[in-house]
Design a protein around this ligand. Structure first.
Ligand code: HEC
Length: 167
């Protein structure tokens, strides 16, 4: 090794000291500053909150708990989202909402028969009015039948939860 290059590091010991100085002294200073800051402001709780806000994920996943109790739709909700497409105006031969005359012959069949027509489909009406079983269960369908029929001259009783198979 020649002296002309003027290297400051000449022995392994000097190398170790240099590495220590370059990496660890600033680190120790930063750590001391952090300790000084949190012990003097006395607001470590605030710092924690701020840190949490800073490291917060940019997106949050919101999974639906499939075991959570399902909130059943009312007859009116199901009617509006599924049945009204045909029954509001009476398209494709569907008896129209509140058209008592069009319903009078059907109302007499009774709840079970009317519900069965809706569940299986009848004429131009698709099964379940076209709704998927996991969208609208049988009790909800029953409620919509009652809502629709009772608005059209019928006097059906609200279906009870226990009488229909729950989804
Ligand atoms: C795609 C159009 C369409 C949709 C959607 C629809 N229906 Fe119908 N619905 C009809 C038609 C058409 C008939 C007449 C069927 C026949 O007698 O040939 C009918 C008949 C009925 C009847 C009488 C059945 C009988 O036995 O006389 C009931 C009750 C009924 N619909 C309820 C509903 C309910 C409740 C929904 C929503 C869940 C619904 N419908 C959705 C077209 C529809």
């Amino acid at each position: 090794m020649s002296e002309e290059h003027g290297s400051l590091i000449k022995t392994p010991k000097q190398l170790i000291v240099t590495v220590f100085a370059v990496f660890f002294i600033p680190l120790i200073i930063i750590l001391l500053l952090i300790i000084y800051d949190t012990s003097h402001t006395g607001s470590s709780a605030l710092n924690l909150a701020t840190s949490n806000a800073l490291i917060q994920p940019i997106a949050k996943l919101d999974f639906k708990d499939s075991s959570a109790p399902k909130v059943l739709k009312t007859g009116e909700e199901v009617y509006k989202s599924v049945c009204s497409a045909c029954h509001a105006a009476g398209v494709a031969g569907a008896p129209a909402f509140a058209n008592n005359g069009a319903w009078s012959a059907r109302v007499g069949k009774g709840y079970e028969a009317l519900l069965s027509s809706v569940v299986k489909g009848k004429g131009a009406m698709p099964a379940r009015g076209g709704a998927a079983p996991d969208e609208v269960n049988e009790l909800e369908l029953g409620r919509s039948v009652v809502y629709l029929v009772n608005a059209s001259g019928g006097k059906l009783a609200e279906p009870k939860e226990a009488t229909v198979e729950k989804k």
